[in-house]
Design a protein around this ligand. Sequence first.
Ligand code: PSU
Ligand code: MN
Length: 302
Amino acid sequence: MSVLAVSPEVAAALATGRPVVALESAITTHGLPPPHHLETARAMETAVREAGAVPATVAILDGVARVGLSADQLRRLADHPAREKASVRDLARLVALGGTAGTTVAATLRIAHRAGIRVMATGGIGGVHRGAAGDLDISADLAELVRSPLVVVCSGIKAVLDVPRTLELLETLGIPVLGLGTDRLPGFYLRALPHPVPRLADPAAAVRLVRAQAAWGWPTGLLLTVPPPADLALDPAEFEALLAAALAEARRCGVRGPEETPFLLAQLASASGGRTVALNRALAVANARIAGTLAAALAVAP
Ligand code: PSU
Ligand code: MN
């Protein structure tokens, strides 16, 4: 039974060794409000193309795991009334029962790896939730990075999470975390957190690192982190105040599990007057462009 439907354009690119970038779709179905959700998904695809690679947006549509969506399919996904947020554990159920879902970083990694894609882009990965010592709410994004050896271009770990504990877990799992043009971990909405990361000067250095990682024969994913655009990034003190209010509201409403990240992002969007939405869009598109550049460089024989 074939569970993957790869679009003709993506299949042709993969068959001939041309660069492909996987894009996740939970940011579209659950991360951003309309109309920004669809507009951002399109802008990410365009950025990948402008960088010389083929975009492969991943999603589950009517029980079919798709790699590369048509414009119609992307629109259907974005506004589907019963759209779910698919993590890895949900994939078999959605295929068996005919569901429609945006795929998280974890689910996108799994599907993109099956299709033979080496690079993906997102805004910020999931991780250890604040308070996870109590309920063990830790994103499957971390576990999947162990199994699916893609480069994930992102602006770090979503800052609504427990970043120091997420970094500890990434270290335990053996997942490299690098900074592109930065020696401090980007904080999704923040330019730089106090946590140091090894700095890569440019995409060429990232290509060397990706090749070295593959050459070990111990394939794991790795995080290539990129600071969010300086003109839109939030001030750390302002962010902490916004986040404290959002976390308090989440506790008050009893929101936990897969709903927590979308809930917090929505709270921050309204409390910031939409500034976090503009920022999230800008960083996701910038990351897609860098992923395209990296995929194009990786596609050239060493
Ligand atoms: N990046 C964004 N916005 C998002 C996400 C990433 O800019 O909404 C999504 C990704 O799909 C990621 C998910 O996998 O948030 C993490 O959710 P959770 O903590 O429930 O694993
Ligand atoms: Mn989570």
